[in-house]
Design a protein. Sequence first.
Length: 234
Amino acid sequence: MTPHAIVPPEQWLAARKALLQQEKEFTRLRDQLSRQRRELPWERVENPYLFDGPDGPISLVDLFAGKSQLVVYHFMFSPADDAGCPHCSFWADHYDGMVAHLGQRDVSFVVISRAPIAKIAEFKRRMGWKFRWLSSGRNEFNYDFGVSFTPADIKSGKPLYNVGTLAPEMPDREGLSVFTKDANGTVFRTYSCYARGIDMINGTYQILDLVPRGRDEDPEFTQSWVRHHDRYTD
C-alpha cells in the first residue's frame, strides 16, 4: 500500500469535504448520463427468438414474465465449455439478491448463454444460483446482439464487439441488453452495454473502489485474481 499522509481530525474532515464536492458533481453527471441513456431511440426486435429453459422452450416475449421491461445478461458460456466463465460468474454472484427488488420496479431479469440447458443447469446447481438462466444455443440471439462471433468474425480482426469499437478475439464476450414491450406485445431493444460498461452492476467492484488499495489488480490482466467462488482458497 502506498504511504499516506496522517493528519488530525479537522484536516481529515476538510479534505473529505473537498472530495465530497467532486463526488456530488460526479453524481449529477451520472444522473444526466442515465437520463440520456433512457432517451436513446429504440430498435424493434423482429425475431421472436425461442430459448431453451429448464421447463422447455420459451420465447423472448415470455421472458418478460408479466413485466414491461426486461434485462438480459449475456453470460460467456459456449457449447464447448464445461463451466461458465469465471468473470461472468463474478458478476452473477450478485444477481439473486436483486431479482425481487427489480420485480417491484416492473423489471424482469434473466441470464442467457449459448451452452445447452443441461450444462447450464449443472453449473447453476454447483454455484448455488437461483436466477433464471436460458440457452440461446439453437438461435441467433447472441450473434444478433453482438456477444458471440463466428471463426470468420474473429479471424477478420474487425471491430465487431462493443458497438463496433473492439475486435472480439474469442467466440463469446460479456454484455447486457435491455428490452421493453408495449401493450401489443411488440419488443424493442432500448440499450446494450459491453466490456467495462457492465462494471456498474458489479457490487463488489463498487465496494473495492472505496477501500485504500482499490481494485489492486494487475494492469496487464485486471481480473487474473478472479475465480469461481468455490475455487478460492480462503
